[in-house]
Design a protein around this ligand. Structure first.
Ligand code: NA7
Length: 532
């Protein structure tokens, strides 16, 4: 097979890969994007399960770099659903004429750096090869989906899908017996949607999550105009906030206000749209267990008020972690679903699944006969996508093997021994604990500026030093010390993936601190990197 050569190869045509392509083309580079799906959109291409939608305010999630796109695109809801999100990303792809440089149905299986000619060689599943000076991974932190390890999973004779591999054809649940395994952010969205039409819905819950109301609504024409006029303000607010959202932590302590005042503030946040109850709350709910107990107790009370059967309510109240220590699933009438006659909740902590059978799911208690099984069982997060490609740097070293005790990176963007490879939304990157597109833009613009700097200075090779990598890795762990994020067994910690080292995978010193550090590195002529 003939081998093509480009200036840059990007893996993935999701939000980050699309923007990176656009930016590198502006620099005059020849770019090829390889995308395993047959369309653009990444997360919003694959996760087409019923109920999939933003938990970020739509207008805070969109690309901010193009006034034209901002002006032309109208979001119909405050928290837009998957079909519209996918349409938006296709609109952007058309607008920027991106498709001509994207090869679809092209799964990258290996990438190897050749020291002698300073090139990356990429191999696709069908054997096709290409090479480039720069390799940029834009594979997404939540793309390596995970099926549960349950005996008999292939024996089921009904229909079954993981939520991240949902079919394009609509699935009709009317009158069907449906089982959902998993109650994370995805499971919650699916359950509340499927419960509307399923004949019988059985939810198989391992551990409960703390969910909070999304409070979605349509965007009226007047709101649309007002939002568009406010775009600069909205994006500035996101830039200034810890997580890239329109929500910003309240820097007072929960103990600075009276119990009555606190109750009123919690209630207001609970009644307001989006992540405010989590990321707009008193900052110490994320660092002080006693402060966290107060919001946890408040949310537990809400669950008890909303779920009629007290025994069911108790199963839905997490016992193993406090509110906000894991990603908070956002919901719309999720708890009320359990008041419906067609819905049953199974507590897998008391009656575990023994096996999947040809007819359904068998727990230690009984066999549940099902027509459809939905696996909302999550992802091998952040580093998982890197395991699924055989990435080899200098001296043939394998990236995933190097990360077996947790990722080591510089700025979450480069790894020593892997010259000219940049990671967008990589492990220990500020974009991982963020309203992702906001931080993707920062990542892409930083990488683009770095490559531009190399062009201008006649450099063809950039590699971080082991010292810079070690210092950054230490900083990542130090900056999460004292945060309650490390206490729960979540995908943030890799704890949801059997056999994975339990270590913090994100960067949690916040967006502004991350951006400042990246800017400082660039201003000091890419301190911590060796340029040749
Ligand atoms: P999550 O948040 O990892 O949730 C996965 C769910 O699946 C969670 O409830 C798990 O229970 C459950 N699970 C996983 N394995 C099993 C087995 N073997 N048996 C039963 N239940 C299981 O993934 P999501 O897709 O919901 O969300 C990922 C992110 O996507 C989310 O945070 C957003 O940022 C978007 P457990 O919690 O382990 O008890």
């Amino acid at each position: 097979m003939s081998k093509q050569q480009f200036d840059a190869i990007v893996i993935g045509a999701g939000i980050s890969g699309m923007y990176q392509l656009h930016r590198l083309r502006e620099l005059g580079l020849s770019v090829r994007v390889y995308e395993s799906g047959d369309g653009v959109g990444g997360t919003w291409y694959w996760n087409r399960y019923p109920g999939a939608r933003f938990d970020s305010e739509s207008y805070s999630y969109a690309y901010s770099f193009s006034d034209e796109i901002l002006k032309e695109w109208n979001w119909s809801e405050h928290f837009s659903g998957q079909p519209e999100n996918e349409r938006y990303l296709n609109f952007v792809a058309d607008k920027l004429d991106l498709r001509k440089d994207i090869q679809f149905n092209a799964k990258v299986t290996a990438a190897r750096y050749h020291d002698a000619d300073n090139l990356w060689e990429v191999e696709l599943e069908d054997g096709e090869k290409a090479s480039a000076r720069f390799l940029i991974t834009a594979m997404g932190p939540l793309s390596a989906y995970q099926m549960p390890r349950i005996e008999g999973i292939d024996s089921f004779q009904g229909q079954s899908w993981h939520t991240a591999r949902w079919p394009k054809e609509p699935v009709d649940f009317t009158g069907k017996k449906v089982g959902v395994i998993g109650t994370g952010a995805t499971g919650v969205q699916v359950i509340q949607e499927v419960a509307k039409t399923a004949g019988e819905l059985t939810v198989f819950q391992l551990d409960a999550n703390w969910c909070a109301p999304l409070k979605n609504s349509k965007i009226s024409d007047e709101e649309q105009e007002a939002l568009k006029a406010k775009y600069p303000e909205i994006f500035q607010k996101c830039r200034d906030s810890f997580g890239g959202f329109v929500h910003q932590f309240d820097m007072r302590s929960v103990f600075d206000v009276t119990p009555e005042e606190r109750e009123r503030i919690f209630q207001d946040l609970y009644d307001s749209p989006g992540f405010g109850i989590w990321l707009g709350n008193f900052h110490d709910i994320m660092t002080d267990e006693k402060a966290n107990d107060l919001i946890t107790e408040f949310i537990a009370r809400k669950i008890r008020e909303r779920v009629k059967d007290p025994q069911v309510a108790e199963i839905l109240i997490p016992k193993d972690h406090g509110f906000g220590m894991k990603r908070v699933p956002m919901e719309t009438n999720y708890y009320e679903v359990y008041n419906q006659d067609n819905v049953e909740l199974i507590n897998l902590r008391s009656t575990p699944i023994e096996r999947i059978t040809p007819k359904g799911i068998k727990t230690t208690d009984k066999e549940y006969e099902l027509d459809i099984i939905v696996y909302a069982t999550g992802f091998d997060a952040v580093t998982g996508a890197f395991k699924r490609v055989d990435i080899r740097g200098k001296d043939n070293q394998n990236l995933s093997e190097q990360w077996s005790d947790g990722p080591h990176t510089y700025l979450g963007m480069q790894v020593a021994g892997f010259p000219n490879m940049f990671m967008l939304v990589g492990p220990h990157n500020g974009a991982t604990f963020c309203n992702i597109p906001r931080c993707i833009e920062q990542n892409v613009e930083w990488v683009t500026d770095c490559i531009k700097y190399m062009q201008e200075h006649g450099h063809t090779r950039i590699e971080t030093t082991p010292e810079a990598e070690e210092a950054w890795t230490d900083h990542v762990y130090e900056s999460v010390e004292g945060s309650l994020l490390t206490k729960a067994d979540s995908w943030f910690m890799g704890a949801n993936t059997p056999g994975k080292k339990r270590t913090f995978l994100l960067y949690a010193a916040g967006g502004p601190a991350y951006r400042q550090k990246c800017d400082e590195v660039a201003a000091k002529n890419y301190e911590g990197f060796v340029l040749q």
